[in-house]
Ligand binder design. Sequence first.
Ligand SMILES: Nc1ncnc2c1ncn2[C@@H]1O[C@H](COP(=O)(O)OP(=O)(O)OP(=O)(O)O)[C@@H](O)[C@H]1O
Length: 796
Amino acid sequence: MASKNSNRAAANLAQNKYPSEDVSIEKRRRIGTPKMPLNTGRRTQARQALTVVNVGREVPLTNDNSDSNGVAMEFTADDVEALLNEKLKKSRFNHKENSEHMSECIKRLKLCIKWFQQVEGKYILEQESLKNLLESAENKCSDIEVKFTAKEDELNSIIIELRKNILALQENVAKEESEKSKALDSLSEEKEVRLAAERQQESVSADLKRSQEQCSDLNLKLKSLEDMHKRVQEYNKSLQQYNTKLQSDLNRTQENLQRVDKEKAAVVENLSSVRGQNSSLQEQIASSRAMYDEVIKERETLRNEIVSVRCDLHQVRDDRDQQLRQVQLLLADVEKYKECAGKSAADLRLMSEKYNELESRCASQSETIRRLSEQLASAETKLKLSDMSAIETQSHFEEQNALILELSNRLVESDLKIVEGEKLRKKLHNTILELKGNIRVFCRVRPMLCEDGIGNDAKVVAFPTSTELLGRGIDLIQNGQKHSFTFDKVFLPDESQEDVFVEISQLVQSALDGYKVCIFAYGQTGSGKTYTMMGKPEHSDQKGLIPRSLEQVFETRQILEAQGWKYEMQVSMLEIYNETVRDLLAPSRSSSSVDAGKQYTIKHDAIGNTYVSDLTIVDVRSSKEVSYLLDRAAQSRSVGKTQMNEQSSRSHFVFTLRISGVNENTDQHVQGVLNLIDLAGSERLSKSGSTGDRLKETQAINKSLSSLVDVIFALAKKEEHVPFRNSKLTYLLQPCLGGDSKTLMFVNLSPEPSSVGESLCSLRFAARVNSCEIGIPRRQTSTQTHIDELQAYNST
Ligand SMILES: Nc1ncnc2c1ncn2[C@@H]1O[C@H](COP(=O)(O)OP(=O)(O)OP(=O)(O)O)[C@@H](O)[C@H]1O
């Protein structure tokens, strides 16, 4: 209830109303006051009332029941107005009346003032009460305002919080929505995955079924395979037998190859004889052609003669006809004359003379005609004869031409056959080499020498004689223990230099075909390395591989020249002594010590060719030139003395023949290299008994040979790093060992029982080399520009 009143009071305040205004509004209306704020309006009304009283207007009394106190009297606005507007009735003569009237007026005005004062008192009271009310209302209002602001603040903070909550909620909603969409996506994905999985499951179960079926099938197959395995094992055995047969076939193929080579040589010979025949036939043809031309010329002259004779004959015939016509005319004249017998006898005589003359002329002309006819007949027979001989010559010429054509066809055919044969030979040769592996090992045991000592009959080397190992196996007996080894070829002590060369001649041929070929001899001092490589060139049957190879190279070069090949050969020779390279062909070497200061550096180019800087390279055209160079090199070689061999080489000897060939017919270029190396002795320090300088040499030799061993072993194990640079020897041989060359190692053995330890070491190393696979041999064919580039590189 209290709050209701306070609310209403607040509302009134807001409308500038007072609580009691509603009550007094009627009164104010009645006294005619305008509606105005109370404190100003009431004072104005009072002043107006006083003004009315002071002005003394006559105000009609609307209420006559006013008592003497005049308190109960009430005045309306109209009353007051009327009272104020009332005009005093002044009469100049009736002062009394005027005075009465005035006093009346004053009386009324006083009443009116009194009323006003009462009203004012009431108003003041009311105003105070209203003020109190206002104050309380204002207090309430301020309280409310404070509460309101507190509430507002509270609400604002709540609103802010709510807004924050809304934002957070909106974010959450957005997040939730994105999660929802994600979840929906993943759901759909999962659905797809599930479908796929279901499908997969179906297929897997189908597969499973199939697998089970297959499994059972496989079980069956396994059984059959087991049976087959047994059969395969049996087959394998037979294959092994077949393999040995193949090996023998291979040997036979090699023999065939040699036979093919011989046949080739025969064909080449045949070809050259055919070529000779051809040239003689060509000469014959040329002479026949000359004869034919002569006959043709003769025939032409005869024809011309016949034509001229015919012309003459024609002429003579014409003359004769003319003469005959003249004779007939004359005869007619004679007849006329005879008829006219009356003419003179002189005329007659003249006429008969003329007639005789004409007759004799006619007879001579007939004679000429007969002669010319005879001439014509003989010329015609001559012409016929020359025609016949021309035809004969022509047929002979045609025969000769056919023969030439046939011979040239045969020549082309045999050329093709030679090329084909050559190709086949190369192919077979390379197949054999590939079958054998591109690093091969041959073992050679030298015979017992007088120097080896007499009476030492204990045999430490034996050669198995089984078909499988014949020519390939070797047994070494050390302290009663047998060590067996197998190599690509084992040469018995009694096998000749020729026998050894036959086995490597194809390799030498490969150098001409554009391959890099490297043949080196390894073994202890005195085991026959130099004998194998160099031999004794002064005795033709004891020449070693180097002179024989060179002879073959130059011989084959000549044969290949007939096929359009042109070769250029360059030779260089060096030795590696105490890890230092020495040029064996250096001109200064024998006379001065200029060479001693030179630092020969070994370089390899991108295509695996090796170059040694400053090394003397000599162009050679014949094996004789090379022999001369070999002699020069032999003199330059460093030869020392050890207990083991008086002429023992203490350095590695490297002979290099570079071959570059061009075939102008086929526009082929080949670049081959033939490296022939005589290594220094591989004996161990203890065995060599070296001291001082010799010990240093032996150590250097051992270092380079052990580097060779390391390189070979690294290659055998297919290691990433191969230590080629550990020694000059291995670095020089890098392209041969690690690259694409055809490499052959001779392991030379001494049959002496005292050398059995060294022989075992050599054989073990050789066996390791034999198990190596080192790349695929690659033929070096190139264009002319490439060769020029290489030569330019070489010259730098
Ligand atoms: N197959 C052989 N037939 C005949 N004599 C041989 C044979 N092999 C080697 N000789 C002889 O054995 C001796 C030593 O041979 P060689 O000089 O070739 O050995 P080496 O291994 O080269 O020795 P070094 O390491 O000292 O050079 C020589 O007198 C040589 O003639």
